[in-house]
Design a protein around this ligand. Sequence first.
Ligand SMILES: Nc1ncnc2c1ncn2[C@@H]1O[C@H](COP(=O)(O)OP(=O)(O)OP(=O)(O)O)[C@@H](O)[C@H]1O
Ligand SMILES: [Mg+2]
Length: 363
Amino acid sequence: MSIFQNIQESKIYKNEQALSTEFLPNFLPHRETQIQEIARNLNPLTKGRKPQNTFISGPPGIGKTCVTRFVFRELDEYAGEKVDTVFVNTWDYNTAPALLTKIVIELGYPIPRRGLSKDEIVEKLIEILKRKGKSVVIGLDEIDQLVNKDGTALYDLLRINQYVKTPVGLVMISNYSNIFSNIEPRIKSSLDTQEIGFKGYSLQEMKDILKERCNEAFRTGSVQEGVLLLCGNHAVNRGGDVRVGLECLRKAAKICEKEDNDRILVKHVKEILPSVKKVKLQIMRDRLEGVDKNIVEILKNEKKMVFSDFEEKYNQKHESLSHTSLKKHLDYLEGAGLIRTSETRSGSRGRKSYISLVKRKNF
Ligand SMILES: Nc1ncnc2c1ncn2[C@@H]1O[C@H](COP(=O)(O)OP(=O)(O)OP(=O)(O)O)[C@@H](O)[C@H]1O
Ligand SMILES: [Mg+2]
């Protein structure tokens, strides 16, 4: 007898995948206006004309990424012959060479990930775009990463427009609406973006969204009334991130299955609610690299550190960094909400600045 024979079908799930954060639904409630707006901006691409570059900003977990991926998918379906869509998360490709290489690969051309100079990659990209003769839209998610680490990367992308006749459009996404304030004016002016600010969902909207996901994920009748209200409320109270609501549903479903129940009950949700925290900061912390990661590691074991002590410790443990450079990383981490800084006057010795990690329980 096969070991698989006795494994029972889930009593509640019909498509568990639909509760994962990566799942891209066919219907995104309460984002119709934004979807239309982005589609209108990109529409010229379908006629070989230059689109309106777009910048999407707003707090975590409110549909910026999924809306953009949704529009790209629709565009692929509608005009795949004429338009290529490329979507890159710049957390993973945060320098010009890495990003440009990724775009070349996404356009379907194998290229070594390392070893080519930036100019060589740009040339290659231009050659490919000319050969394809298609319009292209490039989605740059979490673009603050790129702007922070390599502000010139955007310039390299924009430069391409001068060499190819077919249009290249950009859709950029960030949690922060002011990320372009520090980049060079020439880059800013040639970006010429229209900003679409996404706002958080109301409780009712959050419930509608979770309800749609439940309809995709669970068998009819397997969610007790009241479950959505609890999960939606928890998500709204924890920064409005839909991921929090999805996690509540997944965890409650797990308890339900463990009990061999065929309905997710309010009591299942109540049991797991305290364990569901804000998710975005943890996601970000897990993805930190290099200096940023080192900083968090040092602060993890300390309650609160005087800046000079911290600086000393950092430079002991790791390759030395200048004061300014360290400060820049700290500013970034503070802006992202991962660390806190404070200042006090301490008698005759003047100001002291302190840094501390934002603890998980406070997320
Ligand atoms: N209107 C919606 N309908 C259905 N699902 C949604 C909607 N808005 C958000 N979601 C879901 O919530 C989760 C988070 O959304 P998304 O990743 O788009 O957030 P984001 O705004 O890009 O957040 P971040 O700033 O952290 O990147 C995803 O699983 C997404 O499918
Ligand atoms: Mg996102």
